[in-house]
Design a protein around this ligand. Structure first.
Ligand SMILES: [Zn+2]
Ligand SMILES: [Zn+2]
Length: 217
């Protein structure tokens, strides 16, 4: 959940061994030690190679277990639980660091989506087509909200919506169909049509396309 991870990003966890800030990582699917889940999708881990726990762990594991490995210090987000987790090498977990920038971007997009959804009920009265276009074109938005937005196209009857929507590639074919039907209804109402040769918009009564000069039957 986005809200969960945003909450975690605000937490500050510091390694008691080396005082470095812990990195938020995706948890491995199972607890290696006891076969149980972590109960959490994310872990805060000290990835500092100079950390005393990690630097001294190699010798300790060699002596104790006779194999190569060390420990990384970790904490469970939103709790006081801490672990020294056995790792086989330096690279363990470095590939699972949470991409904070991507999360923030995702959140910014989600906030935009929420704003657009909230505007849907009043945008027609306000003659504000923007949230409608935003939602219809936002492939990551909730499909129900996108269809609700698409249903407003015909009442809006604004030919300005045609160009941006005609060029959009829809993943959802039923939404694409609804938008296509809305566009053709809007064009008809505004006495326009699509040139069958160059696909530019022209007057429905035109006999020659003003864009490609082809004759229309
Ligand atoms: Zn440390
Ligand atoms: Zn044409």
């Amino acid at each position: 959940m986005l809200s969960t991870i945003l909450k975690y990003l605000e937490e500050k966890h510091v390694c008691p061994h080396c005082k470095s800030e812990l990195s938020l990582c995706h948890a491995p699917p199972v607890h290696v030690g006891d076969g149980l889940g972590w109960g959490c999708e994310y872990l805060f881990i000290c990835l500092n190679d100079e950390c005393s726990l990690f630097a001294n762990g190699w010798q300790h594991i060699e002596n104790q277990y006779g194999h190569v490995g060390s420990y990384r210090y970790m904490e469970i987000p939103g709790s006081k639980e801490t672990y020294n987790m056995m790792v086989a090498g330096r690279g363990a977990f470095t590939g699972s660091i949470v991409d904070v920038e991507a999360i923030k971007e995702q959140n910014a997009r989600y906030q935009e989506e929420k704003k657009a959804v909230a505007a849907l009920d009043t945008c027609l009265d306000e003659k504000n087509l923007e949230p409608v276009l935003f939602l219809i074109k936002d492939e990551a938005a909730n499909i129900r909200d996108r269809k609700k937005a698409a249903a407003l196209l015909v009442p809006f009857n604004d030919p300005d919506c045609v160009e941006p929507l005609r060029n959009h590639t829809f993943k959802d074919t039923s939404l694409e169909q609804e938008v296509k039907m809305a566009i053709s209804a809007i064009l008809t109402k505004n006495f326009q049509k699509e040139c069958p040769f160059c696909f530019e918009l022209i007057k429905s009564r035109a006999t020659v396309c003003k864009h490609c000069q082809k004759e229309l039957s």
